[in-house]
Design a protein around this ligand. Structure first.
Ligand code: NAD
Ligand code: ZN
Ligand code: ZN
Length: 348
């Protein structure tokens, strides 16, 4: 099969790899219909995730058809169209069975496509262990593109909005308007805020947030002061951080109203992050951070997408063949060509 193979920083190539087989009796092979590139793949691509390894297929956002089934799989059969959680656990413990894959009691939480131990889905086919917990049949009324977004970033956006604990009538700010932040704007709206302030430095992304009902605010040294002024000098009740940079996590803590909530979904890998402890303490704030337990959010998100309350597919700006994966990473990594999110078609 063909796959996008990670060869080191800035080096992704579409190459032939051996066809996968079910990883064990509880696993399946999924023939991939569509895969997406995530901001998290860029951490690997840009060298921010130290890995001594190379030579494995990358990507953790993919949907497809079950092509081979292990003898222990109960809920899926060959031919089922499925979406796959980008993050999985052992698949068998209580937490995994409930979809809380981050809290896997056997400490087997893993992300597809970040090591050779669990090759990824920017490929023609993928081996999926613990299939009964990792898969969901693509429900009626969910398009293929929507299903791809349910494998990671729509749940992540909702996880961010839930962490922000938004009550009707409150003010919210979202920092970072990549696909995750833009979907966090959509998810925040589900909780009935009075206003959502949307902060980024890219004009097209600010315009996209405005089109989704948010108030655009240009990032920079004035952004915190501007939002504070527009919220009566207090700051918003909740801030969702969807960048992961030191400065934006700090800005979130600085910006939030006293007694408010900061919900971080951006990935920050800085072990020396200078957390403003005194400020956080004086603000009496709630600070939540985590990797999204993706399957746990499917039950609430699928009906919202089916009913049209969420239409996340607006984030896809580029649809490209897998064979052009190298170019796709170059465009996505350099943020050229107005790119927001790239969908890959493994059949081409
Ligand atoms: P992205 O890189 O496309 O978007 C980041 C956005 O932040 C960009 O629009 C950029 O212009 C903006 N930005 C950068 N610096 C800024 C600043 N100083 N102020 C305001 N905006 C700024 O990424 P994405 O795909 O939207 O993902 C966002 C983050 O979420 C990444 O860190 C990704 O790894 C993370 N993520 C986390 C989870 C999880 O489970 N927690 C899941 C998926 C993605
Ligand atoms: Zn992702
Ligand atoms: Zn588990």
């Amino acid at each position: 099969m063909r796959a996008l193979v990670f060869h080191g920083t800035g080096d992704v190539r579409c190459e032939a790899l051996p066809d996968p087989t079910p990883p064990d009796k509880n696993g399946v092979v999924v023939r991939v219909e569509r895969a997406a590139i995530c901001g998290s793949d860029l951490h690997l691509y840009n060298g921010a995730l130290p890995t001594a390894e190379a030579g494995f297929a990358i990507g953790h956002e993919f949907v497809g058809e079950v092509a081979e089934v292990g003898s222990g799989v109960r809920r899926f059969a060959t031919g089922d169209r499925v979406l796959v959680s980008g993050v999985i656990g052992c698949g068998a413990c209580d937490s995994c069975v409930r979809g809380r894959v981050i809290r896997c009691e056997r400490f087997q939480t893993r992300v597809f496509g970040t090591s050779s131990g669990l090759p990824g889905g920017q490929a023609e086919a993928v081996a999926v262990p613990g299939a009964d917990a990792a898969l969901r049949s693509i429900p009626d009324g969910i398009t293929t593109e929507q299903a791809v977004l349910l494998t990671d970033i729509l749940p992540t956006a909702q996880f961010g909005a839930r962490g922000a604990d938004i009550r009707p009538g409150q003010d919210v700010a979202v920092i970072g308007l990549g696909p995750v932040g833009l979907l966090a704007v959509d998810c925040a709206q589900l909780f009935g805020p009075a206003r959502v302030f949307a902060i980024d430095r890219v004009p097209a992304r600010l315009a996209a947030a405005e089109a989704r009902g948010a108030i655009p605010v240009e990032a920079g040294s004035e952004a915190v002061a501007e939002v504070r002024e527009r919220t009566g000098g207090f700051g918003p009740d909740a801030v969702i951080e969807a960048v992961g940079a030191d400065e934006t996590i700090q800005a979130a803590i600085e910006l939030v109203r006293v007694g408010g909530a900061v919900s971080v979904v951006g990935v920050n890998l800085n072990p020396a992050f200078p957390f403003p402890m005194a400020l956080a303490m004086m603000k009496d704030l709630r600070f939540t951070i985590g990797i999204c337990p993706i399957p746990e959010l499917w039950d609430e998100l699928i009906p919202l997408v089916q009913a049209g309350r969420l239409a996340p597919e607006h984030v896809f700006t580029h649809r490209m063949p897998l064979s052009k994966g190298r170019d796709a990473y170059a465009i996505f990594g350099a943020r050229t060509d107005g790119v927001l999110k790239v969908l890959l078609d493994p059949s081409a």
